[in-house]
Design a protein around this ligand. Structure first.
Ligand SMILES: Nc1ncnc2c1ncn2[C@@H]1O[C@H](COP(=O)(O)OP(=O)(O)OP(=O)(O)O)[C@@H](O)[C@H]1O
Ligand SMILES: [Mg+2]
Length: 398
């Protein structure tokens, strides 16, 4: 809400507008005056308005239509509308309230009553705005909490993933070092003939030529893992930008590699020429990590699991399907799994935040996410759809 509340007064009679101005300005409110519905709607688009005082009977667009349009627009629907009219008819009053008006005053009104109603509705709006801010703040905290807890459960696996290439790097470096030492001592020895030295060089080149390549490969694998982890855990990725969902899936698979590699085969099919989507890449990765980790948890560690990921265009959406061949979801729990803190896992494995946070993220991207069981009890299928044309900038800041 503005520091100085802004009240838009809409009336086709100039003296009514002057009266409202005379009653409101001394009370510390800023007034905007419109003498017809059209100009009121134009002002609402360019100004930050906290309350609308609206006449019903106006030439051209009447107050009901103005109210209907205010309430139909996402940008203005939260602004309280108070009808002020000379029509003292309960059917008219009911129609106004049905359209979403907050209150109704009949002309001639008592100035103190108008001022009291304005004050009440502004206070209610300020309270509602604060509640919304708090809810948004809590939602951001939950998203971050889920990311940290997911990272916590993946940490041991990620450390293991780094250890393996690190072990190779150390071994190959030792081999190289010892071979270089042998060669150097042969080169510095006066007893080594030229032919022996040539053979030693030949052997060194044949044996060790690809050692630096292997070291570079190992270091590169570590770099990829570290980069995925950094991107996933860092605070502060703000807003949306064009992102490739395939890249997000790859990063998520890197983070979940250790959870999947022993008992799950991953199949990924990506349609050609998929456009990027306007999204927060870090949050998209978070959704995919949640889905892949859930699938890995669901599939029996003793049997061979299959995780199938498909990415394709479906009308105006990019659709990602994640299928596993685990036990599927109990039909009675298909709705419950989206509730915060619902989990069938023990406290160490699951917080029950993953899917509720994922749904919040996808909703924030004007997308859809749902779960279903695959045919003949073959496992679970999660579907994520994101609009291709979503140019709305996000003010989601972490
Ligand atoms: N692929 C799946 N197959 C079967 N059940 C699933 C699958 N994915 C999720 N579920 C069910 O949904 C529940 C909620 O999942 P959610 O990701 O929200 O929480 P969690 O995995 O239990 O904990 P965490 O917060 O660590 O992710 C899971 O406990 C599980 O019962
Ligand atoms: Mg989970």
């Amino acid at each position: 809400m503005n520091q100085q509340p802004v009240i838009l007064c809409v009336d086709d009679e100039a003296h009514n507008l002057s009266l409202l101005e005379a009653l409101l300005v001394p009370r510390g409110y800023k007034t905007l005056l419109a003498n017809d519905g059209k100009s009121a709607l134009i002002m609402l688009r360019s100004e930050q308005v906290d309350l609308v005082l609206l006449d019903v009977m106006m030439p051209g667009m009447d107050g009901f239509e103005v109210c209907r349009r205010i309430k139909a627009d996402r940008a203005t629907c939260h602004i309280p509308v108070l009808f002020i009219t000379s029509l003292d008819d309960s059917a008219v009053e009911i129609r106004g309230l049905d359209l979403g008006a907050a209150d109704y005053l009949v002309k001639p009104f008592v100035p103190a009553v108008l001022q009291a109603r304005v004050q009440t509705h502004l206070a209610l709006k300020a309270h509602r705005d604060r509640m919304e801010e708090l809810a948004e703040e809590r939602a951001k905290q939950l998203v971050h909490a889920d990311r940290l807890s997911t990272l916590g459960t993946l940490a041991a696996g990620i450390a293991h993933e780094i250890n393996t290439p690190l072990f190779y790097i150390i071994c190959f470096a030792q081999v190289l070092l010892s071979d270089i030492q042998k060669l150097t001592s042969q080169m510095t020895s006066t007893e080594t003939s030229e032919a022996t030295l040539r053979d030693a060089w030949q052997l060194f080149i044949e044996k060790d030529a690809d050692v630096p390549v292997k070291i570079a490969e190992g270091a590169n694998r570590i770099r990829v893992i570290m980069e995925s982890m950094r991107k996933f855990s860092c605070q502060g990725q703000v807003g949306k930008a064009p992102v490739s969902l395939d890249d997000c899936i790859e990063n998520a698979l890197t983070l979940c590699h250790n959870e999947l590699k022993y008992h799950v085969t991953v199949h990924k099919e990506v349609a050609a020429d998929l456009e990027p989507v306007m999204a927060n890449g870090q949050q998209m990765e978070q959704v995919f990590v949640n889905l892949f980790k859930n699938a890995a948890d669901a599939m029996d560690k003793k049997k061979k699991g299959t995780l199938t990921i498909t990415l394709c265009r479906e009308n105006d959406f990019i659709r990602c399907t994640v299928e596993d061949n685990g036990p599927g979801i109990h039909p009675q729990q298909l709705d419950m799994i989206w509730e915060p803190f619902f989990s069938t896992k023990d406290a160490e494995t699951g917080t029950g935040l993953g899917l509720s946070v994922s749904r919040g993220i996808i909703k924030d991207h004007q997308g859809r996410i749902w779960a279903e069981n695959r045919e003949q009890g073959e496992g679970a299928r999660f579907v994520v759809e994101l609009p291709v044309k979503n140019n709305q900038q996000n003010d989601f800041v972490e």
